[in-house]
Design a binder for this molecule. Structure first.
Ligand code: NDP
Length: 265
């Protein structure tokens, strides 16, 4: 019987995950089907339970359910526990396992696809929401020289800096005014077509500016480009986090480069 997987979100129609997982399944010869499910804002757990009852084997979780998915899981991977957010669920006889592959996806895209090693680098992470939380530990594992978290609500960045320790510091957007090697926009500002009030001094011609948002140019990428930085969107992260989830479910690593290239056409 064909194994069933899905992505749960609200909204969800825009999701590229069904396309990505279909490409992975074709490429690796896995007998599986992957669909997008719009869960009601107050009905995530019920939707997941119905999917499990109908034979679902696993699921991805996107906005706004990542923290609820964390609470729903019976067991958490260490990286999901540290992130406090879950983007991948696996269903088996022991219940629901929650994992978080966002950080692995970002690091794989930066280091493997964009050839940007992070060891010794000065990294500025913009935002302190679910996406930022998920990538802090994997970024720290790469041993950067510095990780600064800047957020609109500074106290949320401070909470994360205290939680993760190990040389992480926190500030407001405009206080991040020294040059950085890598600047990752993990705020939701791009979704609203807005630009956080960043200091131009954070950007140099050696800076890689990375917007987790994908699909079109954003005010952040335009600003970064205007101040000399190299820029990229988050499409590679999206495909890499999907590949990490696929590996967890199926035990096979798909080739991501061909899928990223196809989605860029
Ligand atoms: P959250 O809602 O959890 O967090 C939002 C963050 O953005 C908060 O830090 C918030 O600040 C900040 N923010 C919101 N609006 C603005 C604004 N107008 N100006 C400045 N800061 C703002 O969202 P997520 O963390 O889940 O997602 C963030 C982004 O990352 C989204 O665009 C999402 O699509 C993208 N993403 C991409 C992935 C990929 O694979 N490419 C994976 C995961 C996420 P405050 O604390 O002050 O409210």
């Amino acid at each position: 019987m064909t194994d069933r997987y899905a992505v749960f979100g609200h909204p969800i129609a825009h999701s590229k995950s069904p396309q990505i997982h279909a490409a992975f399944a074709r490429q690796t010869g896995q007998d599986m089907r992957y669909e997008a499910i719009l869960a009601p804002l107050d009905g995530f757990a019920v939707s997941v339970a119905a999917f499990i009852a109908s034979g679902g084997r696993g699921a991805n979780v996107t906005v706004p359910f990542k923290q609820e998915a964390c609470r729903l899981a019976d067991r958490l991977s260490p990286r999901a526990r540290r992130a406090g957010a879950v983007n991948t669920l696996s269903f088996d006889a022991e219940g629901i396992l929650g994992d978080n592959t966002d950080g692995a996806g970002l690091v794989a895209d930066l280091t493997r696809n964009l050839l940007c090693p992070l060891a010794g680098k000065r990294i500025l992470l913009l935002g302190a929401g679910g996406a930022a939380r998920g990538v802090i530990e994997p970024l720290l594992d790469q041993q950067p020289a510095q990780l600064v978290i800047a957020n609109r609500t500074v106290s949320r960045a401070q909470e994360l800096a205290e939680l993760f320790g190990r040389g992480v510091s926190a500030c407001g957007f405009d206080a991040a005014d020294a040059p950085f090697d890598v600047i990752v926009n993990a705020t939701a500002a791009s979704l609203a077509g807005e630009l956080p009030p960043l200091s131009p001094q954070a950007f140099t011609s050696n800076t890689l500016a990375y917007d987790m948002m994908y699909g079109h140019d954003t005010p952040f990428l335009t600003f970064a480009r205007a101040h000399g930085a190299a820029v990229t969107d988050g499409l590679g992260m999206l495909v890499e986090q999907a590949a990490e989830a696929f590996y967890g479910w199926r035990g096979v690593r798909p080739d991501t480069a061909s899928v990223i290239a196809k989605l860029r056409i």
